[in-house]
Design a protein around this ligand. Structure first.
Ligand code: IFM
Length: 443
């Protein structure tokens, strides 16, 4: 029986993504370990605890699972507070463990992508103001020099900062992440310092490794005004889009950080990205709301009939990824989807979510946009920040008590996709028959 197949470009990176604090376990020296100890900050007061126990060695079994199921790459982050436990000391043993992980990956023909900052900060840094302090970009750059120098023989794909937009929004506007503040002024300062930290790190990485590919992973939300004809809905959607989606990456092109209410020139940041890292989960409908000045008078909602994830956290709207790809394409740089996925304990939504989002990626690749890879969030269920263990994003499930891994059927689907370097009608029929007609109308 002839097959219909959506093929991806040769050499495409197929992987999954994780972050240190979410999988390693027993991180005790960073802002999140302190936040977890504060009652009421994490859903059900849960703790990351042993997480997926990567620090004690489970990384190898999980990455072996990834490798054996067809993934040729993995995105992980390294934990600043382990490598530099105090401002004056470096822990070379901890650093060496990361070297061991990336060396293992290279020896097993998996391309490592390393994130240098993924939401966590060492306590010594937090206690001097963290990213509110203008000295932090320099300290971050110093950490990057140490880490990149140690890992550079095995790694040349770097994300300096993961989701600076979420880090600032949740930490300094919504207050759900540490330090739990709500101040537009401080949020703007922190964003500016993150740009400066990225720019300094970018230069150091290229000094140490001229061929390095360096990017930042933005969490792109597709923001649609509730009524296209209504300027009151359009205005907050446009402002939020500028601040949340566009400001950081545009500044890395132009050197101007445009946060709508404040503009800052950061000339050293111009032309400091080699690819666009795109994290995409969902789309929001933006309604004008006079009671939301802190959100520039925009209230976000999912469409009424949305295809929702287990806890309602994510709506399956693949067209929003298309918006993100279009936005990323205008930078005229290669694009890597550095995160995309859905919390879905029963794995009833994930197969169609995965296929429909990859279909958008395929479309972009077939316009010959430079799409280089896709990293599913996540390899295995892990600690979901202020949502604790209530959300399950893994291809593999995790029994937090026993550390047992549970192979979800999405593993089989993703394995077939990775090994085929494409999506066939037979895969869709087998794993998500409800969308067969949408993807393959003539089958
Ligand atoms: O778990 C997070 C990750 O750390 C950053 N991006 C979104 C994911 C899902 O919430």
């Amino acid at each position: 029986m002839p097959e219909g197949i959506y093929h991806f470009p040769r050499g495409f990176l197929w992987g999954s993504a994780t972050a240190a604090h979410q999988v390693e376990g027993n991180n005790t020296n960073n802002n999140w370990s302190r936040w977890e100890k504060t009652p009421g900050k994490i859903k059900n007061n849960e703790k990351s605890g042993a997480a997926c126990d990567w620090w004690d060695g489970n990384w190898k079994e999980d990455l072996t699972r990834a490798k054996e199921s067809g993934q040729n790459s993995h995105r992980l982050s390294i934990e600043w507070s382990r490598i530099q436990p105090t401002q004056e000391t470096w822990d070379d043993k901890a650093l060496y463990k990361y070297v061991e992980i990336v060396r293992w990956m290279v020896n097993h023909e998996m391309t490592p992508m390393v994130t240098l900052h993924h939401f966590t900060d060492p306590l010594w840094l937090v206690d001097q103001g963290g990213w509110e302090n203008p000295n932090t970009p320099i300290l971050f750059a110093r950490f990057c020099r140490k880490a990149v120098d140690a890992l550079k023989d095995y790694v040349n794909l770097w994300i300096t900062i993961n989701e600076p937009n979420v880090y600032v929004m949740e930490g300094w506007i919504e207050g759900k992440f540490p330090p739990g503040k709500s101040s537009l002024g401080l949020a703007a300062t922190v964003l500016e310092h993150l740009v400066r930290g990225h720019a300094a790190a970018y230069k150091i990485i290229h000094e140490l490794q001229p061929n390095a590919q360096v990017g930042v992973a933005v969490n792109y939300r597709s923001l649609k005004p509730a009524h296209d004809w209504n300027p009151l809905d359009k205005m907050p959607a446009a402002f939020q889009n500028q601040i949340f989606n566009n400001a950081f990456h545009s500044c890395l092109k132009t050197g101007l950080l445009n946060m709508v209410l404040k503009k800052v020139k950061i000339p050293e940041a111009a032309n400091t990205q080699d690819f666009i890292g795109l994290n995409y989960y969902s789309r929001d409908i933006v309604h004008f709301d006079i009671t939301k000045p802190g959100n520039l008078f925009g209230r976000l909602e999912y469409p009424k009939d949305a295809d929702l994830s287990t806890t309602g956290f994510i709506a399956n709207i693949p067209e929003g990824l298309w918006d993100g790809l279009k936005w990323a394409h205008h930078f005229e740089l290669p694009i890597i989807i550095t995160e995309n996925g859905v919390e879905d304990k029963d794995d009833s939504l994930r197969p169609r979510y995965l296929i429909e989002h990859l279909h958008q990626v395929w479309k972009a690749a077939n316009y010959n946009w430079r799409i280089k890879g896709y990293f599913h969030w996540s390899l295995v269920d892990n600690f979901e920040w202020e949502r604790g263990w209530s959300q399950r994003f893994g291809l593999w499930g995790l029994d937090v008590k026993t550390q047992e891994r549970i192979r979800r059927k999405s593993v089989d689907l993703y394995e077939e996709i990775c090994k085929e370097n494409g999506i066939s009608n037979q895969m869709v029929e087998k794993y998500a028959p409800e969308i067969l007609n949408k993807l393959f109308p003539s089958y």
